[in-house]
Design a protein around this ligand. Structure first.
Ligand code: HEM
Length: 413
């Protein structure tokens, strides 16, 4: 069990996970996490918020190995699973099986439900719509008040509109699902808030799917409705899947747009290079990979329970213990990314783990990439004088959320 005190050190001497970020450099992973790379260990015990002592997998190579290992389970109800929050722990036993918490053949079945909806080709076809929405939002920004708040003006509406379009969810309801996505991702949410939010979102999605079973369209919820009719899936299974896509599909990309903009505004040389090369899709694509690496917004992931003993990188990890593959640690591993603290938009960073690794790697990564390429290729070209309208020290960073970000980013031009 993760509660086991390690042989080598008393619990109180173990590093805390997560460690706090530095106020001086809030874009970088926590300094105490990065220091662990100097220990030459790729796996070590850490102390979690609830006093348990899961294994932390640190290096890029070790994380790729562990996240692809079939002895790891994503089932949050499995013994030893290292929960991120008290709410998650409280509800672990009642969590319905879905794409993000199943393993092996059961997980493959869930992934197959989405294969045809998320092909690279289908995502590429969305590019003109993403460009149009980005240009419209920037037009509106330029016609509106200056300064303005970037989440409201651009970062949230773009991915929300796109995920609504893809799923077939009415955008008029965005205030409702954005509020619930915020609760879903908050680390300090109570078990009661968690249950209320999940219930509200699932009944909302279930109602939409039922309507689409009678009147289908070309969207993911209609695809799920067709699978229900074909007997491949039940409505009780489809609703949580729609819920996961709706939450994962807008909050993550939104946080990347805001964080990436703030980071670039701190690096004028890199920003100038991006602006100069904004007509070159290959340069912009590389720049987006570097931003994803540097910022690694799923900063508390990836987490697994061990279902069978394994000898790994010089330690024995037992069934019933927890494993945290810290994605920011992998993406700042100097062996994989030399001089990781240097933001270098032209480096080859596409082997980063910001979308995870192994069977649970992000389903929406192609959509996220296209959204980010369009935004970062357009925003600074259209508004070359864009600047922060607040001091870095006045910004409130989302350390308490599963997706790192900035609550409000005032910008001016
Ligand atoms: C910048 C944006 C995004 C980032 C950084 C991101 C990151 C991740 C990561 C790290 C995982 C793996 C978690 C694990 O192994 O435990 C994941 C899984 C997932 N993501 Fe994303 N994601 C992003 C955008 C999206 C979008 C746009 C969608 C949907 C349209 C999406 C849907 C999903 C789903 C359904 C899973 C679960 C896959 C599975 O467990 O098999 N994500 N994401």
């Amino acid at each position: 069990m993760t509660e086991t005190v390690p042989d080598t050190a008393p619990t109180q001497e173990l590093p805390d996970f997560p460690a706090p970020r530095s106020g001086a450099c809030p874009f970088a992973p926590p300094p105490d996490l990065l220091k662990l790379h100097d220990t030459d260990k790729s796996v070590l015990r850490v102390r979690s918020w609830d006093g348990t002592t899961p294994w932390l997998v640190l290096t890029h190579a070790a994380q790729r190995a562990i996240l692809a290992d079939p002895r790891m389970s994503a089932n949050i109800g499995a013994p030893g699973y290292p929960h991120t929050t008290a709410a998650m722990k409280a509800h672990a036993g009642e969590m319905q099986p879905s794409i993000n918490n199943t393993d092996g053949a059961e997980h493959v079945r869930w992934r197959r439900m989405l294969t045809s909806s998320f092909t690279r080709h289908r995502m590429r076809r969305l590019q003109p719509a993403i460009q149009q929405i980005t240009d419209d939002l920037i037009d509106r920004m330029l016609d509106g008040p200056n300064p303005t708040e970037l989440n409201e003006a651009l970062s949230l509406p773009l991915p929300s509109l796109m995920i609504c379009e893809l799923l077939g969810v009415p955008y008029e309801d965005h205030a409702f699902f954005q509020k619930h996505a915020g609760v879903t991702n908050a680390v300090n949410r109570t078990p009661e808030e968690n249950a209320a939010t999940a219930g509200a979102l699932r009944s909302y999605i279930a109602r939409l799917i039922e309507a689409k079973m009678d009147d289908p369209d070309e969207d993911v919820l209609s695809d799920l409705g067709a699978r229900i009719k074909a007997g491949e899936l039940s409505l009780e299974e489809a609703a949580p899947l729609g819920h996961i896509l709706l939450v994962a599909g807008h909050d993550t990309s939104a946080n990347m747009i805001t964080l990436g903009t703030a980071l670039l505004l701190q690096h004028p040389d890199q920003l100038a290079a991006l602006r100069e090369n904004s007509g070159d899709p290959d340069y912009v694509a590389k720049a987006v990979e570097e931003l994803l690496r540097y910022l690694t917004l799923p900063h508390l992931l990836a987490r697994r329970a061990v279902v069978e003993d394994l000898d790994f990188e010089g330690v024995t990890i037992r069934a019933g213990e927890g494993v945290i593959a810290s994605l920011p640690a992998a993406n700042w591993d100097p062996e994989a990314f030399p001089d990781p603290g240097a933001l270098a938009l032209d480096r080859s960073a596409s082997h980063h783990l910001a979308f995870g690794w192994g069977p649970h790697q992000c389903v929406g990564q192609q959509l996220a990439r296209i959204e980010l390429q369009v935004v970062f290729g357009t925003l600074f070209r259209r508004i070359p004088t864009l600047r922060l309208a607040a001091g870095l020290e006045d910004l409130s960073f989302k350390e308490d959320s599963q997706a790192y970000g900035i609550y409000e980013l005032p910008v001016a031009w």
